[in-house]
Design a protein around this ligand. Structure first.
Ligand code: GDP
Length: 369
């Protein structure tokens, strides 16, 4: 048997098999490292030499242990979420683990919101959603890790609410947590010796500790996979096609009942009942929208999926779950939200159905605009 090695940066057990899991190092690099006696996993190596955080994934059990540590810590908890995918951003049960620790909610990716959406309203909406999920954040901030929007405000808020304590940054994968932390590192800390030697080898669950000015730590935790995220049902290239990168330009369609809109091949919207009305779509500007008759939509989808209706590309058709339908008749003007994709604003009283791949949430919320 081989003696296990532990990363002297984060304490994770070194392994050469799974790139996306904690403690990974390419086998060739491991040999060299062993000769030098210090073993760093690839993630810590990158942080040390390039000041760059990369993401790893934890099993559900390890994540539970990590959350348990949160409840025992005396710290500020910064929960990063993707404002385009609130449901897919939620850490299941987080509110039960935070204990008395304050939570700062950070809604990331604000750069892709259309200009017409009021930031204040989004904040208010996030606050409501958080409450519905049992979280009582001390504050809500909207950021863009991509362009640095509100980064100074975030750093100030962190400093204010942590009141001398450690800071844990938590979030599911894909919300932009690594991008955000990389920005924080650049802006807020020196660049030398970012990782401290692990105090508890093999028990630190791959947390990364970034020293703060007063000797406390900013702790990056691995993202958990939230299986409701669209990201897990699409290949990397398809995902790029549906993920908004620039401010969304709303597209309005005048529809009669009995009409259907396809969102590429990854979503479907049926207008079932109501007068001739306008529906405004907020999706990636390049996402192909196809209008057709509701009566032959299902047949059309089965013939055109991966052809006219892309993404998915033909190769990915087999792995995309079948679309599942959910019906709404909102009493006020509302948004039908396709998790991770965008949303459609529908008038009061209209009976509509939203369809998304099974496992991806379609929900209704009060209209943001
Ligand atoms: P993590 O898994 O939470 O660490 O997320 P990453 O930092 O790896 O980011 C996931 C994806 O979201 C990447 O494609 C990023 O480029 C993108 N991303 C991260 N932050 C932002 C942001 O503020 N705006 C936009 N538009 N994209 C972002």
């Amino acid at each position: 048997t081989v003696t296990p090695h532990y990363c002297i940066g984060c304490g994770a057990q070194i392994q050469t098999v799974d790139k996306t899991a904690a403690g990974y190092i390419p086998a060739s690099a491991l040999k060299k490292n062993l000769a030098a006696e210090d073993v760093y996993c690839q993630r810590c190596f990158r942080l040390r030499h390039y000041n760059e955080i990369s993401d790893v994934r934890l099993s559900d059990d390890d994540f539970l242990r990590l959350l348990t540590q949160l409840s025992e810590a005396d710290a500020l908890i910064v929960n990063v979420i993707d404002i385009f995918d609130f449901n897919g951003s939620l850490i299941p049960g987080l509110h039960r683990f935070v204990g008395d620790n304050p939570v700062l909610l950070v809604g990331n990716k604000v750069d892709v919101l259309p200009k017409s959406v009021k930031r204040g309203k989004v904040k208010q909406w996030l606050q409501q959603q958080a409450h519905a999920a049992g979280l009582r954040p001390v504050d809500v901030l909207l950021t863009s890790a991509k362009n640095g929007y509100q980064l100074d405000e975030l750093l100030q808020a962190i400093d204010h609410y942590r009141a001398g304590r450690d800071v844990y940054v938590v979030g599911v994968t894909n919300v932009g947590k690594s991008t955000l932390i990389n920005r924080i590192i650049k802006q807020a800390t020196g660049t030398q010796n970012l990782i401290t030697t692990s105090r508890f080898p093999g028990t630190t669950l791959d947390k990364i500790e970034i020293p703060l000015a007063d000797g406390q730590q900013l702790i990056d935790t691995p993202g958990i996979i939230h299986h409701q995220q669209m990201a897990h049902y699409l290949g990397q290239r398809d995902l790029k096609l549906v993920t908004p990168k620039k401010p969304i330009k709303p597209r309005t369609y005048q529809l009669d009942s009995g009409q259907t809109l396809f969102l590429g091949g990854v979503g479907r919207f049926d207008y079932e009942q109501g007068p001739h009305s306008g529906f405004t779509l907020y999706f990636d500007n390049n996402l192909y929208i196809h209008r057709t008759k509701l009566s032959n939509a299902t047949d059309f989808y089965s013939r055109q999926l991966g052809k006219l209706l892309q993404p998915p590309r033909p190769k990915e058709v087999a792995t995309l779950p079948a679309l599942k339908r959910i019906q709404f008749t909102p009493e006020e003007k509302s948004d039908v939200v396709f998790a991770g994709l965008g949303w459609i604003t529908v008038p009061a009283g209209a009976t509509v159905s939203g369809w998304a791949p099974k496992g991806v949430a379609v929900t209704l919320r009060t209209a943001l605009i």
